[in-house]
Design a protein around this ligand. Sequence first.
Ligand SMILES: [Fe+2]
Ligand SMILES: [Fe+2]
Length: 635
Amino acid sequence: MGELRENPEESRNESAETRSQERSPCSWYASLWRLAAGRLCACWNKRLERRIRERTEELHRLNLELEAEIGERRAIEESLRRRATFEQEIAAVLANFINLPSHKLNQEITRALEVLARHTGSDAGVLWELTGDGGTVELRYQWFTGELTERIELPATYPVNLFGWWMDRMRAFEPILISSVDALPDEASPERSAFQQLGVHSVMAVPVASRGWLKGFVALWAIRAPRDWEEDDVPLVRLAGEALSSALERQRSEQHVRRLNSLLEKRIQRLNALRQIDICIATGMDLHVSMGMLLSQAREQLGAASAAVLLLDEESQTLGYTFSEGVPLQSLEQTRLKVGEQFPGQAVLTGEIVRVDDIETLPAASRPRSPALRCGEFRACCAAPLTARGKVKGALELLFEEPVSPDREWLDYLAMLASLAGIAIDSHRLVSDLQQTNRELIAAYDATIEGWSRALDLRDRATWGHSDRVASLTVRVARRLGVPEEDLVHIRRGALLHDIGKMATPDTILLKQGKMTEEESDIMEQHTTHAYEMLSPIEFLRPALDIPFCHHERWDGSGYPRGLKGEEIPLGARVFAVVDVFDALTSDRPYRSGWSRDKALEHICALAGSHFDPRVVEAFMQELLEHGGGLREAA
Ligand SMILES: [Fe+2]
Ligand SMILES: [Fe+2]
């Protein structure tokens, strides 16, 4: 009861009820009822208030949870949006690589690194590649945000064993995500020091592999402030890194193919050059022409500024400059080098290529002083021996205005050129020697033939020098008739030996003073067939057979031995027949005096068209008229 009185309203109600109860029993019960009902209501109200309060608190809690969930969902959505953007941008960049020309690759790789760095919140993206058979790591591409206040200089390359902890993870294809390089373990102290020196706070590194082999890694660095990395970014970075590596590999393959093509082209050029020189030598072209071509190719294919050939004089064992390209030979013509002296002399002495790739790297005292070196500013020189049939013939000297770094192929080509030069010189000498021997042999043959002709003249009691005279005039008339020069020598030999067949004619018939019998005439006429039999086995004299065999044939076919007619008779024989008869008629013989020139010419003209070829007679007359004298003067 005491508690109910605490409420003044209730106390007032109670007082009213009490007063009413005091007034009647019914009203007392009514009052009591009202009191009880009031108390009951109050109790319900309290319970209701408590329930409402509890509900409100629960609603508040639920609201907080809902807000938290919404925030979380928003974060996830944001993350998904960021990732989607990241994926789209990376996909767009990587799609470019498919048909990207090589010259744009550098730009696009740098752009890809920028996309990776920006989306991962990094300040730098670097692509490193393993090189040197995996022994070194080489910086290939880098991107740094322009917001950095200081430029970071990275080493171009470093050995992998410098950062063992790092490389072990890369080789195991494990990504590295470090929020603070200060927290790197002790075994990674070289890496920690390196990052601290570079001012890098946080590092993400993702290995790049191709066909199961580690090719390098992509490194993303936070430099301005540390950051936490998201592991979800690793697959995209790996994917991008592998795409970049593939693009680089493709670029290298294309470069390799281009290099091979260039090398192939150069080899073809060199082979063609060798073939041209070879043809030049094989066809016996003038030595100056073949040497000029060889030296020109030596300069062009080997990059020499100057090339010269020095020939060895075996007797004096000295070398002289004989052919040159690029260096004025006049300045070197008088120069002679002893074997063993300077580069060319050493090449001859050793039989090996002697060279200096960069003269300026040598001390002044030991620099080569080849005479050709004085003709210009040269940085490198070499000399190769010219050999043929196991003997050194001279040296090929090349001079270069820039330092050289010859490879095996270059040296082989030089050796081939030197060998060809040796062969060309040797062949030329052989041919020259052969030609000289041939000339001497021909001179000896001709001297022999002239000796035979004089002996025949003596035996035949012809006038002194008959054969020589008729041979000379026959050649002149034949030349007038257009016989080629190379055939005239055979005409001369044939004329000198025209009656060689008479060697087989017995003296009794040959020297008979009176008229011959028919049988004797037959024997005498056989001197033409004897001449054929005697000379035809001799190859050297076979082209000269026409005159000894056919000089008694007549234009009208009445001659012997075969009764040839008109132009069936070789031209040389037709010419000779006119000259021989004229000389015989104008010569004194033991049994008669020689005819006068005019009488003999008149006789010859009378026989034109019967005994002689009219065209030949005409040419003969012109020849004599132009020289104004008789046969002896004309001859
Ligand atoms: Fe004769
Ligand atoms: Fe004669």
